[in-house]
Design a protein around this ligand. Structure first.
Ligand SMILES: [Zn+2]
Length: 408
């Protein structure tokens, strides 16, 4: 049942952040088309990529990570065609630190190329069997190559597993890459192990890294890539934002490897409402999420914050009664801001005011006894694990009225 009220309640916290909370707009790099395809079973065909990228651009994300062109000629052609769309968003892609891969990426016309490295000693020895300077050598080479052949293309070096890596090595890699020409340093919490409020937080890591780079006269943009293994990806991203990071990687529905990464809509909600750090067109979100769900085959959980089917739906009688008077009594977010509507669920938890509110939408007038009978039928349906929609409510009302009016 949709709520007809349109007045914005003062209880909503929109734009109520303190001066301390106000910061520069945070930029978002959407990785649905790259990280999202690392969700088992998810593949976006070219036409889906085009449709999704167009919606992402309409929403206003700053970067769209479009896939890895070096994977195949087809993948390269898809990235190239997105580059030719003239989006406001910059098209980004990852590449291995090899001359052929970065040349392919540049040939597609991308505006940001991301290369990554591991600096943890154990990883260097066990997987790559080489010391750090050897790991960084080819990266420095390709960064210099890219800077020379395509000076306007942004370059991001991402330090993978940075949270578990020796801090001095993270600093060293960041300095070397920046001095070679990298514009942005990415800090990846690859296994989702950063813990807010501790020494192992992205807040501490970003602050310390920024200080060390500043001290050396280096001022690259900083980005974070937070995985959600502990369910902390969004909190960690916001932690990094408060520490002064410039860019956060996100994806629609948080799609990605294992538990995925930061959910785009959830990140936008806090940025927009609590930090005034977002100027995107949030009403584009429902269509974007519908589209990604359709093409990924991944269902949006009903209770997913912001975009879940029931996150602006009130169920229990007392809640619904208060929400009908003023939805903000049981909501801290204004649904219309996200292209959503507050609704009242009719089921076994409903009370008289919910039914009255719904019946009003049918433009039917019932007396109190008739309403009570309708409520009893609604509750009966609800006890079978169902909700009553407006169509079924009309049928229930008709059924009730068909009874002897004297007995109802
Ligand atoms: Zn990732």
């Amino acid at each position: 049942m949709e709520h007809a009220g349109s007045e914005i309640s003062p209880l909503y916290r929109q734009n109520s952040s303190t001066d301390n909370d106000r910061r520069a707009m945070l930029e978002l790099c959407d990785s649905t088309l790259r990280e999202g395809e690392q969700t088992p079973g998810v593949y976006f065909p070219g036409h889906a990529k085009l449709a999704i990228a167009t919606l992402l651009d309409r929403l206003g994300v700053h970067y769209i990570e479009a896939g890895r062109p070096a994977v195949s000629a087809e993948a390269g052609a898809e990235v190239r065609s997105l580059c030719e769309m003239g989006y406001r968003a910059r098209i980004a892609c990852p590449a291995s630190p090899r001359t052929d891969e970065v040349t392919t990426a540049l040939g597609c016309g991308v505006q940001l190329v991301g290369v990554s490295c591991w600096v943890a000693e154990q990883r260097s020895r066990q997987i790559h069997d080489e010391p750090l300077d050897q790991t960084l050598e080819p990266i420095v080479g390709v960064i210099e190559l890219m800077k020379k052949s395509s000076p306007r293309t942004m370059i991001r070096l991402t330090v993978e597993d940075a949270v578990r890596s020796p801090f001095e090595r993270v600093v060293e890699a960041s300095l070397i890459a920046t001095q070679a020409g990298a514009d942005m340093i990415g800090i990846a919490d690859t296994t989702g192990c950063a813990i807010p409020g501790t020494e192992q937080s992205l807040y501490v890591l970003i602050r310390r890294l920024r200080e060390r780079l500043d001290a050396r006269g280096c001022s690259p943009r900083l980005s974070v890539h937070c995985h959600n293994d502990r369910g902390l990806a969004l909190v960690n991203a916001l932690d990094a934002y408060r520490a002064g990071v410039d860019v956060v990687d996100v994806s629609v529905m948080g799609l990605g490897e294992r538990a995925g990464i930061v959910d785009l809509a959830q990140c936008l909600a806090t940025l927009a409402v609590d930090f005034s750090a977002c100027d995107m067109i949030l009403t584009e979100l429902p269509e974007l999420y519908r589209m990604v769900s359709k093409y990924s085959g991944v269902t949006i959980p009903h209770n997913a914050p912001i975009m879940g089917k029931y996150v602006f739906t009130h169920c229990a009688g007392v809640h619904s009664h208060a929400a009908i008077v003023d939805a903000s009594h049981y909501q801290s977010l204004e649904p219309a801001m996200f292209g959503r509507k507050m609704t009242i669920s009719l089921d076994h938890m409903s009370g008289l005011s919910s039914v009255r509110h719904a019946v009003e939408q049918l433009e039917v007038e019932l007396n109190r006894e008739q309403l009570a009978l309708v409520l009893s039928k609604v509750k009966e349906v609800g006890r079978h694990n169902r909700t009553v929609d407006l169509e079924e409510l009309r049928h229930i009302v008709t059924w009730c009225l068909s009874k002897d009016s004297g007995s109802v």
